[in-house]
Write a protein that binds this ligand. Structure first.
Ligand code: CA
Length: 368
């Protein structure tokens, strides 16, 4: 069996989308008559990843056996390592890995979670991940949280998404928002706070102490992601679980984060390694007794790929991330992942289990 063709393209969601707002999809075709879909990290519309796929990686893969995916992608990362083994390259490889697992499932007639080794849970609870709270006032934060509670999440995460060039801009204001959300949901409801890297070590510890008093479940990326030792220091000084790793792109970098003292890691399936990569991260985290709770903000392919993996994890200690509502969810699939009564049920179909609306996909497709 051989890979015959690799398509890499953007998907446009609104007529006035800017190129950097689009999704980045790949489709891998085989001579066995099946094809697989994958998705790369959509940063800047995924154009850098899509370009690497079209120009650099596809020529290596065409003619190869799709079932050799782990060998092929490790060859690609080592051949292209000087492009920078982080970010755009790992996003490209993640997209291809997901597509090759989709193919493997379609060839065998089995869902990916079954090929991984079976699911510990057939339905996955989620937490509502709510962005943009740095720019809202307290009432605005309360209103958006109230809105998302209607989806019956198992937990809520408030993200601040502030300007990363300014640290500790409004610590009292941030704590006041955290307090307002606690007041709204009541004691006992699981909450998380995502600093999006905008505190100094001292600022993070002040906020972390307040979150401990408010009974928050975890405190995400308190300091700049590239200050790995600082992230570890904050994690070790606080009792609240400190998480990081959504901007970590290699297994070795994830090991550094764990060595620094972070006890909950959040690699993202569309940013590093795809399904194969996330499974390796899960093994590393498990070996260290560290929680693995993947970051995942893409509503269709990325989300579904992530569900297949998290369902197979022995210790699913936290719900899966579900991002702000998106018009992207329903646009090109007949059966996009949508929670029912607070749970995402795993699909029974082969591969990812997603059914493509080909006409809708063709209409939204944009070539690089
Ligand atoms: Ca985050």
């Amino acid at each position: 069996m051989k890979i015959t063709q690799i398509e890499a393209f953007q998907v446009q969601w609104a007529a006035d989308d800017k190129p950097q707002q689009r999704s980045a999809f790949v489709r891998v075709h085989t001579d066995a008559g099946v094809s697989g879909l994958g998705e790369a990290s959509p940063m800047q519309g995924g154009r850098a990843s899509l370009g690497m796929i079209l120009h650099d990686i596809a020529p290596m893969l065409v003619g190869q056996d799709p079932l050799d995916h782990a060998v092929l992608l490790d060859q690609a990362v080592h051949t292209l390592v000087k492009l920078g083994p982080e970010g755009a390259l790992t996003g490209a490889l993640a997209a291809l890995d997901i597509a090759l697992w989709d193919i493997k499932g379609k060839l065998t007639g089995l869902p990916i979670y079954k090929l991984i080794g079976g699911a510990w849970r057939g339905a996955v609870p989620f937490y509502a991940s709510i962005g943009g709270n740095g720019d809202r006032n307290i009432d605005g934060v309360r209103r958006v949280v109230e809105q998302r509670l209607k989806d019956k999440p198992a937990a809520i995460k408030i993200r601040f998404d502030n300007n990363r060039t300014t640290l500790d801009a409004d610590i009292p204001g941030d704590i006041a928002k955290a307090k307002a959300v606690r007041g709204l949901v009541g004691n006992g409801f699981p909450l998380a706070f995502d600093a999006n890297n905008c505190y100094s070590i001292g600022g993070a510890i002040r906020v972390g102490r307040a979150l401990e008093d408010l009974g928050y479940w975890w405190f995400e990326e308190p300091v700049q992601h590239y200050h790995v030792r600082a992230m570890g220091e904050v994690a070790q000084k606080l009792d609240i679980t400190v998480s990081a790793g959504e901007q970590t792109y290699t297994l070795a970098a994830l090991a550094d984060l764990i060595s620094a003292g972070v006890r909950m890691v959040q690699p993202d399936i569309v940013k590093m390694g795809g399904i194969t990569g996330l499974l390796r991260c899960a093994a590393l985290a498990h070996a260290h007794g560290v929680e693995l709770v993947p970051h995942q903000t893409q509503p269709t392919i990325g989300h579904m790929a992530n569900l297949h993996v998290v369902a197979t994890l022995l210790q699913g200690t936290k719900p899966a991330e579900w991002n702000d509502p998106s018009t992207r969810t329903h646009a090109v699939f007949d059966n996009p992942p949508i929670p029912v009564d607070g749970l995402f049920r795993l699909p029974d179909g082969p591969g990812l289990g997603l059914v493509v609306n080909e006409a809708a996909l063709a209409a939204r497709r944009v070539e690089l």
